[in-house]
Design a protein around this ligand. Structure first.
Ligand code: PLP
Length: 281
């Protein structure tokens, strides 16, 4: 099932045309978005998602509707939702039509989470390391690169994902020019060693993940240590477990990296996944 909610309160058909051909989101990828997971009718991490959307918009100098209006939009689309199963709600805001009145284009698109996404949580994934082409220092030096903003310019992320598929891998882990680990094209990297979880810092030009934050919160309560610090590619192979986490993906164990099997992290995955789920019970 798929459903569209517009800012004027209308629930609309997602198959019908709604966007002008000169919309700057279409012609330049100039806009921001968020993908929120909804389980049993309850959105997960909605506050952090909406705060991050505002932060992304500030980085683009884009005036978007305030948090409360997005909350209303999410509530409206969920009130109209009737299908069973998990739902992903994509919140989108573009700079609007190039020859318009200057107002942004904003909507929420809800859709059922795909079965293959749910299967991957249980099966785990193979991943390859691919170059992202920037060094972690550049993020602060060159804010116009919009590193760490969740913009609609995801063509590079999607191309990397297609490259992975072409070589038989499920997922990508981006590497910075200095050899450190960044993130996946649509996920955060989390590494487990002993009872410590690590993830690379947002200052390296990556998106601060809402799922990673929730997982770290849950793990800390259960006695895990957590660290936000640079992670090297060699740390991935030396780890007890490598995980890719994101809202819709949840927690996915990487079982194979660059064609080589990683140590079996099924037990660690079960524990971390249970901790993550318990956040919402
Ligand atoms: N990094 C990137 C580039 C992403 O696109 C995403 C989500 O799509 C994430 C990380 C994970 O973020 P979250 O856990 O908030 O979904």
């Amino acid at each position: 099932m798929r459903l569209l909610a517009l800012f004027d309160g209308t629930i609309a058909d997602p198959e019908a045309p709604h966007i002008r051909v000169d919309d700057l989101g279409l012609t330049r990828g100039d806009g921001v978005f968020e993908s929120v997971l909804v389980v049993d009718g309850r959105p997960r991490e909605l506050g952090p998602h909406l705060e991050r959307m505002q932060r992304s918009a500030r980085m683009l100098e884009l005036a978007i509707p305030p948090v409360a209006e997005w909350e209303r939009l999410v509530a409206a689309v969920l009130a109209a939702w009737t299908a069973p199963g998990e739902v992903a709600v994509k919140l989108v805001c573009t700079r609007g039509p190039e020859y318009g009145d200057g107002s942004p284009t904003a909507y929420a698109l809800a859709f059922t989470v795909e079965p293959h996404t749910i299967e991957r949580r249980l099966r785990g994934a193979s991943a390859i390391v691919l170059d992202r082409g920037f060094d972690p220092e550049i993020s602060e030096r060159a804010p116009w690169l919009l590193l760490g903003a969740k913009t609609l310019s995801y063509a590079v992320n999607m191309a990397a994902t297609r490259h992975a598929s072409a070589v038989g891998a499920d997922e990508v882990i981006f590497r910075a020019a200095d050899g450190s680990v960044l993130e996946g094209p649509t996920s955060t990297v989390v590494v487990a060693r002993g009872r410590t979880l690590r993830t690379p810092p947002a200052s390296s030009g990556i998106l601060p993940g809402t799922t990673q934050a929730a997982l770290f919160r849950a793990a800390e309560r259960a006695g895990w240590a957590t660290k936000v610090e640079p992670v090297l590619v060699s740390d991935l192979t030396a780890a007890d477990g490598v995980f890719l986490v994101s809202s819709v993906r949840k927690v996915v164990r990487v079982h194979t990296l660059d064609g080589a099997a990683l140590p079996d992290a099924s037990a660690t995955w079960s524990e971390l996944n249970a901790l993550y789920e318990a956040e919402y019970s």
